[in-house]
Ligand binder design. Structure first.
Ligand SMILES: [Zn+2]
Length: 372
């Protein structure tokens, strides 16, 4: 895609000094503008996250994919609950309709993972000493693996590999690639009747024996003995690095199988670091899709532009694309049009919608109209 853009840019600049020499100035600038607009249209990608259901027939998927294509979408991120067979079945149905397919995996949060469940020691442990194997923070589907233990890391990476081997897939897409939320988005706190003004021990992970021993070996101090672990920078950095190591290994696996690596991440790097121990601007990755869900944070639509710009600037010197993620249930047609424009204006290479099921005729029209 980059090469195509470069060729287009070259042909535009070549024409500006040769074929257009005899044209009036206004016509020249109009044509240049038209070329620029064309380049913007081809380069700005539209994605949607969707969750697969193996019981649905092929024809049902084909009509869903046709609909996305008709309204201008370019890519689907499919959660098959890490089932390579189901992904293998659905991928040609989507690619036949002209959509890219990305294999969406819940990486560190693995609720009901039948292999992991046989290894209770693989699960992340809170500062209170509870394992998310049986004590789940916030919600029943929070069952997080430790990013440090060999068994749990290898398991997650083997799932990545299984998806990376599926023919026709463009990327493996990591989701929940972090530790559990030490702070929930502010807009969600009332729902759980929670107040989080400091780092609370029941939401602070991973204090398992392996993490603590490895940290102690490097830094000669035990996080279980910290009076206020929130202010120990090495302890936070250790956990940021452990997540990064999983990502960097997943990158090698994806590329070895001819795929790229993408991820759904928190809105911008400092915020991700603060809320969920995730510093995605340091990762080896091809593209990030920050979930800039303004409603979760009690923010207004313009915040989508702010957060997009933060991430784009942090990635400036790196070869990593940023595609803004937005939350459809908080959008009507007008808001979505505005969000798409904000993503474009602030340097995103595309926009992703959560999720496909939440599209309305009005928001689908907004997508289509934004491409005109
Ligand atoms: Zn651990």
């Amino acid at each position: 895609m980059k090469l195509k853009f470069l060729l287009l840019a070259l042909s535009v600049s070549f024409c500006s000094v040769s074929c257009q020499d005899n044209m009036p100035a206004t016509q020249k600038s109009k044509e240049n503008l038209a070329s620029q607009e064309k380049a913007e249209k081809t380069d700005f990608k539209y994605w949607t996250w969707i969750t697969a259901d193996s019981n649905r027939p092929d024809s049902s998927y084909t009509s869903e994919f046709k609909k996305y294509k008709e309204y201008g979408l370019d890519a689907v991120l499919i959660n098959t609950n890490t089932d390579p067979q189901l992904l293998d079945r659905l991928t040609p149905l989507a690619t036949n309709e002209g959509l890219e397919v990305h294999a969406w995996i819940m990486a560190m949060n693995r609720p009901g993972d039948s292999i992991a469940l046989q290894h209770p020691d693989w699960y992340a442990v809170s500062r209170e000493g509870n394992s998310s194997f049986d004590t789940r923070p916030y919600v029943d589907y929070y069952q997080w693996l430790c990013p440090t233990r060999e068994g749990s890391r290898d398991h997650v990476l083997s799932l990545v590999e299984g998806l990376a081997k599926v023919k026709g897939v463009t990327s493996v897409h990591l989701d929940y690639i972090r530790l559990p939320d030490i702070y929930l988005p502010i807009g969600l706190l009332p729902k759980y009747n929670l107040k989080q003004e400091t780092e609370l021990p029941e939401f602070d992970f991973c204090y398992c024996d392996v993490c603590v021993a490895e940290f102690e070996k490097i830094h000669h101090k035990n996080p279980r003995n910290f009076e206020n672990p929130a202010i120990d920078m090495e302890w936070k950095q250790f956990r940021l690095n452990k997540i990064k190591e999983v990502v960097d290994d997943a990158y090698e696996i994806a590329h070895k199988n001819g795929k790229i690596l993408t991820a759904a991440v928190f809105p911008y790097p400092e915020m991700a670091d603060h809320m969920v121990r995730q510093r995605w601007d340091k990762w080896k990755i091809d593209a990030v899709l920050p979930m800039i869900y303004h409603g979760f944070y009690n923010e207004e639509i313009d915040w989508i532009g702010f957060a997009t710009k933060q991430g784009v600037e942090d990635l400036e010197s790196k070869n990593v694309e940023l595609h803004t993620g937005v939350y459809l249930p908080d959008m009507d047609g007008a808001k979505l049009s505005k969000a798409i424009q904000l993503a474009k204006d602030n340097g995103a290479k595309g926009i992703s919608f959560f999720d496909g099921q939440a599209f309305t005729p009005e928001t689908l029209e907004a997508v289509k109209n934004s491409k005109k």
